[in-house]
Design a protein around this ligand. Structure first.
Ligand code: MN
Length: 355
């Protein structure tokens, strides 16, 4: 075997000897021989490709443990892992982007003079929840108040008390005058933390019980969203339906990473397994939406989205004259499709007050 000195190998690979020494220390690329007396490192020509690949993966920001795994794979398998890694980075970046936008708005609002004039918008909403045709009990909880909309989908032996406790813990948000400008983010984060504590109290940390929580809080000019689990929030605006939450589920992450097609996801045996839920993981996704008159928001549990396709949800939501009709027709649609799960919907309309 032809061996190259570290200097020759560095020259051939375009990497510095310093980088090569680092890769050795990190276990990413071991020299084939180290002289026991001088400590000099020797590399094989066949290691050039791996050295270059390690350098590219480091430039990508991939963690060392993953680089080690990817560098040991064949081309096609390595390609799949790089694609999956990047999908995770983009999903995490999207969550951070939403949080940054929220912070920018909060910091701006906290220094602004209060807005004047009768331009305030209002929220009109309705909620409906049903056991469905298959499950023995309804473990979902819904809430629609003046300022707060919430859906929680409980699971495990104490699923119903868990979803109930989570929503109950948020209800104080509905009773106050509304959040102080510039304080929505803290208020919402504290409220969700309180909801997590309340869930742990009723489940006594049995390890199997938890709940999703997707909630919107009306701020007077917008809606602040807190989301954890696989219940969803959608916005119907200008006739288009936009999903504004990302499921914290195993299947969603497999979809993101390109390991599963949408068709495969629909019947995947693990489609109800969550990556995050309230009670175990306290960090919700948080984002803020500026409200426009005519906006219609939908919160729903997976009993709707698992049974009714998005384009049908859009049709029903667009056709309903008011939130009450909308929640009834959506729940009916899930039950017509077999009602395989508890189904819950909350619809909130952004309206200009009349008169
Ligand atoms: Mn469910």
């Amino acid at each position: 075997m032809d061996l190259l000195t570290i200097g020759a190998f560095a020259k051939a690979s375009g990497l510095s000897p310093k980088a090569l020494r680092l890769y050795d220390e990190l276990g990413l690329l071991r020299p084939v021989r180290v002289d026991p007396y001088t400590g000099y490192r020797y590399y094989a020509v066949a290691q050039l490709d791996r050295a270059r690949l390690v350098a590219w993966l480091r430039r990508l920001g991939m963690p060392l443990a993953e680089i080690r795994a990817v560098a040991a794979l064949s081309g096609a398998d390595a390609a799949r892992e790089v694609r999956a890694y990047w999908a995770r980075v983009e999903a995490e970046t999207a969550v951070r982007r939403d949080l940054a936008a929220f912070l920018v708005t909060e910091l701006t609002k906290s220094t602004e003079a209060p807005r004047e004039g009768p331009t305030m918008l209002e929220l009109r909403c309705a909620a409906h929840s049903d056991r469905g045709h298959v499950r023995p009990a309804n473990q979902d909880t819904v809430y629609a108040g003046r300022r707060l909309l919430a859906v929680a989908d409980g699971f495990g032996p104490a699923g119903a008390p868990a979803s109930g406790a989570a929503v109950e813990a948020l209800r104080f948000l509905d009773e106050e005058d509304g959040p102080r400008p510039g304080n929505v983010l803290n208020l919402l984060a504290d409220a969700v933390r309180g909801a997590g504590d309340a869930v742990r109290d009723v489940t006594e940390e049995d390890g199997e019980t938890g709940t999703t929580l997707t909630a919107l809080l009306w701020t007077g000019s917008g809606l602040a969203l807190a989301h954890i689990g696989d219940s969803r929030a959608y916005l119907l605006r200008g006739g288009g339906l936009f999903r504004i939450t990302h499921d914290h589920s195993v299947v969603q992450s497999l979809l993101d990473e390109g390991r599963l097609t949408p068709a495969e996801a629909e019947s995947h045996p693990q489609r109800s397994i969550l990556l995050k839920a309230l009670g175990a993981d306290p960090d919700p996704d948080l984002r803020l939406h500026e409200a426009r008159p005519g906006d219609r928001y939908l919160l729903c549990s997976d009993g709707l989205t698992g049974a009714v396709p998005d384009d049908r949800i859009r049709e029903l939501l667009a056709a309903a004259p008011d939130p009450e009709t909308a929640v009834r027709s959506l729940v009916d649609a899930a039950n017509t499709a077999g009602g395989p799960d508890n189904v819950s919907c909350v619809v909130g309309d952004v309206v200009s007050p009349v008169g």
